[in-house]
Design a protein around this ligand. Structure first.
Ligand SMILES: NC(=O)c1ccc[n+]([C@@H]2O[C@H](COP(=O)([O-])OP(=O)(O)OC[C@H]3O[C@@H](n4cnc5c(N)ncnc54)[C@H](O)[C@@H]3O)[C@@H](O)[C@H]2O)c1
Ligand SMILES: O=C(O)C[C@H](O)C(=O)O
Length: 330
């Protein structure tokens, strides 16, 4: 017997990430090739015509798993009974802008949407914030949702998976090992140039990738700036922010969370009270996680040496500053 459809809400459905994301969700790449989906598409009133165009194209793909579509400018309709919410809709960063510039502009959106999710979605809804600054936007949405109650506050995530995937490819290219062989990467902290991509634990077929590379200067002077500033490099090259790779990372995040993963994955999760890494409870922070049976677990007890400690302190400080900057909105 075929499965009951799952409801996936996507905000910013008419945008460029939406255009890369929706077709892959409808084809089963996110929730499984046997899982029907209903897409619930939210965008602003002025973008509704464009959403209709995307829906026409989705229809024209005749996806066997696409069991229905809803287009709306009302968050209460978009999030109704949702199993998964992908919060993409936000103002993207343009040339010369920093993420901090987006905090106020986008913060208001996530207060409204967090409340609407908590009031309308399934109690165990999985929420992934892609719209930047995604960690703090997830923190805002979660704070608004907690006021309502009902939904699981641990399930409001920010997307660090793009940083994780970017780091994997840089490591594969430097070490000469296939990307598929690399295990146990962690990206700590904020989705911003301050993130700390930590390959101290990465192995390839049992070999330490840190030992294969054996180049501390490359780590500090090339690898971390390349991964951290990749978003800006893409904006500079394309004149638009990353879209297909961002959509791909969102698919990876939710797929692993829903279907499980045999590898460590980086997820921006609300820091648990007893995380053991000194991150204040509730701050949405990139952590190493394992995913099984539709849930995620923080990997605890990794050794944090002095270099890692100093890098984690920088990204933590940035997130604490962002939290302070939005305190009046909560
Ligand atoms: N976390 C990441 O790794 C990552 C990577 C790339 C981009 N991003 C971010 O994702 C966001 C979307 O990027 P994009 O390139 O698709 O932008 P885009 O401008 O192409 O599309 C954004 C869409 O969101 C809609 N929108 C704006 N406010 C909305 C609201 N309140 N409710 C619903 N929809 C709304 C717009 O109408 C538009 O259709 C940006 O914030 C961008 O910075 C994050
Ligand atoms: O950097 C940006 O503004 C877009 C996105 O967050 C990215 O990392 O590509």
């Amino acid at each position: 017997m075929s499965k009951a459809p799952m409801r996936v809400a996507v905000t910013g459905a008419a945008g460029q990430i939406g255009y890369s994301l929706l077709f892959r969700i409808a084809s089963g790449e996110m929730l499984g090739k046997d899982q029907p989906v209903i897409l619930q598409l939210l965008d602003l009133p002025q973008a509704q015509k464009a959403v209709q165009g995307v829906m026409m194209e989705l229809d024209d793909c005749a996806f066997p798993l696409l069991a229905g579509m809803v287009a709306t400018d009302d968050p209460n309709v978009a999030f109704k009974d949702a199993d998964v919410c992908l919060l993409v809709g936000a103002r993207p960063r343009g040339p010369g802008m920093e993420r901090a510039d987006l905090l106020t502009a986008n913060g208001a959106i996530f207060t409204v949407q967090g409340k609407a999710i908590a009031e309308n979605a399934k109690e165990d809804v999985k929420v992934l914030v892609v719209g930047n600054p995604c960690n703090t936007n997830a923190y805002i949405a979660r704070s608004a949702a907690i006021k309502v109650g009902r939904t699981n506050p641990n399930n409001y995530h920010g997307m660090l998976r793009l940083d994780h995937n970017r780091a994997l490819t840089q490591l594969a290219q430097k070490s000469g090992r296939p990307v598929s062989s690399l295990k146990q990467l962690v990206v700590w902290g904020n989705h911003s140039p301050s993130m700390y991509a930590d390959y101290r634990f990465v192995t390839s077929n049992g070999d330490s990738v840190k030992n294969i590379i054996n180049d501390a200067a490359w780590n500090n002077d090339v690898f971390l700036p390349t991964v951290g500033k990749r978003g800006a490099a893409i904006i500079d090259a394309r004149g638009l922010s990353s879209a297909a790779s961002a959509a791909n990372a969102a698919i990876d995040h939710i797929r692993d969370w829903h279907l499980g993963s045999s590898e460590w994955v980086t997820m921006g999760i609300p820091a648990p009270a007893d995380n053991g890494y000194g991150i204040p409870e509730g701050l949405v922070f990139g952590f190493p996680c394992e995913c099984k049976n539709g849930t995620f677990t923080l990997i605890k007890g990794l050794e944090i040496d002095d270099y890692a400690k100093s890098k984690i302190a920088i990204t933590l400080k940035e997130l604490e500053d962002e939290r302070a900057a939005v305190a009046s909105m909560l």
